[in-house]
Design a protein around this ligand. Structure first.
Ligand code: URA
Length: 434
């Protein structure tokens, strides 16, 4: 019989577990033989004491194998991308068709919004008819047929991870680099892809607020992928301000379509090209990242990436009319409130997480698990860091439904930026970890 008390005491005292006992621990917890209070106690011990490399590999594999694992046929080596979460981060919507248009199969598993960050599944669901929940067979068949698919995490994949995650969420054990890395990689392994590009965000709109924390997480993700026999690369990108011009579900789909048309904001386009280039390189379709980036730029200019987005919409039931008339198919709410600068100078910083929080207040994110999302609410970023502003210049526009929620959100937005005589423009990509 598995002795859960001894297991917790071992980690409490800083000893390393063997791979078999970690496997039995995960299985027993998953079956319900270990109660939440003992699993939580172990999580806190692991949070404080850490997990060494062998433990991390064994724990991640046990989580990944707790449910079904997607299997692609031989020769169909897919690539996946994972972002640690940001504000206005619509890169997945662009990258899936873009990288597929470069001849690399993409099997993208995505999540819903978490806290102040947005989620790809919520964004996709603002497209009329789009099915963001494919069966495992449907997922594999679609990648085989059109070279890409994008689906919400099914409850069948890494179910033990989901249960641990729920406990971590309420026991103060989320911000642990080994626990975050094993959580992310167990889901990626279960998703069946062979290589992963991690977009590790840092800054005021990310969970990792400082560069050192982002570096440590990026290194852990890359090292753990290697130990698990997968190729990977991590790009540390800046979340010191929202990405692009729009934050909000339908609005971000509209911006992604603009990028695919070659007329999107420079920062969103550049980050998509960097991440896409890394995905094409990792999949072996380019000799270096630069060559992968050139392939991505060509796919944007030639219209091939946009055509792949059309194929993706057709395959998953989404309205293709949104490509021709995005304003009609992806409407924004009509009530607008402008948030203006009170002084002259340059836009110096954003409290980017506050912008995500303001959007949540007006229904663009959830306050409770069961809340429905309002796809049409949005925040438009009218000035970026480094831009000159004067008293009365509009900085942000809130698209909302009126009422108290709109007023509260506007007050949060008014406190979400600073203006100063000088401003340093933060880099879009800080560094890459290979
Ligand atoms: N995202 C995940 O998938 N897991 C974590 O632990 C944190 C962020």
């Amino acid at each position: 019989m598995f002795d859960a008390v001894r297991f917790i005491e071992e980690k409490r005292d800083g000893r390393a577990h063997g791979p078999e006992e970690l496997q039995v621990f995960v299985e027993s917890f998953h079956k319900g033989d270990i109660p939440d209070y003992q699993a939580s106690s172990w999580l806190m011990a692991a949070f404080l004491r850490g997990l060494d490399k062998a433990e991390l590999v064994a724990f991640t594999l046990a989580l990944a194998k707790s449910g079904k694992v997607v299997e692609f046929p031989d020769g169909l080596d897919c690539v996946d991308k994972h972002s640690t979460g940001g504000v206005g981060d619509k890169t997945s919507l662009v990258l899936v068709p873009l990288v597929a248009a470069c001849g690399v199969p993409v099997a993208k598993l995505s999540g819903r919004g978490l806290g102040f960050t947005g989620g790809t599944v919520d964004k996709l669901e603002s497209i009329p008819g789009f099915n963001a929940h494919l069966s495992m067979k449907g997922f594999v068949d679609q990648v085989r047929r059109i070279g890409c698919a994008i689906s919400g995490h099914s409850g069948d994949l890494a179910p033990a991870e989901k249960r641990f995650y729920e406990l971590r969420d309420v026991t103060g054990t989320i911000p642990s680099i080994p626990l975050i890395a094993s959580s992310i990689l167990s889901k990626k392994l279960a998703g069946g892809s062979r290589s992963f590009v991690f977009d590790v965000k840092t800054g005021s709109g990310a969970f990792m607020k400082d560069l050192d924390g982002a570096r440590a997480l990026a290194r852990q993700l890359v090292d753990l992928s290697k130990a698990l026999g997968r190729k990977s690369l991590a790009v540390i990108s800046g979340m010191e301000q929202p990405l692009g011009r729009w934050v909000g579900n339908a609005a971000e789909v509209r911006e992604a379509i603009e990028v695919l048309r070659g007329s999107g904001p420079t920062d969103t386009t550049s980050l998509c090209v960097s991440l896409g280039g890394a995905m094409v390189f990792l999949a072996g379709r380019a000799a270096c990242r630069g060559e992968g980036e050139r392939a991505c730029r060509e796919a944007l200019v030639s219209g091939k990436a946009l055509e792949h987005f059309r194929l993706l919409l057709e395959a998953q039931g989404g309205s293709t009319a949104c490509l021709e008339s995005p304003e009609k198919e992806l409407p924004l709410s009509t009530e607008t409130t402008l948030v203006r600068s009170g002084m002259k100078g340059r836009l110096a910083s954003f409290g980017t997480d506050r912008i995500g929080t303001a959007l949540r207040y007006v229904g663009g994110g959830r306050q409770r698990k069961e809340d429905a999302i309002d796809p049409g609410v949005a925040v438009e970023i009218l000035a970026k860091i480094g831009d000159e502003v004067s008293p009365g210049s509009p900085v942000l526009a809130l698209y909302h439904r009126g009422g108290e929620a709109g007023e509260t959100a506007a007050r949060v937005l008014a406190e979400s930026f600073t203006v100063a005589p000088q401003a340093a423009v933060p880099p879009l990509v800080h560094e890459t970890v290979e």
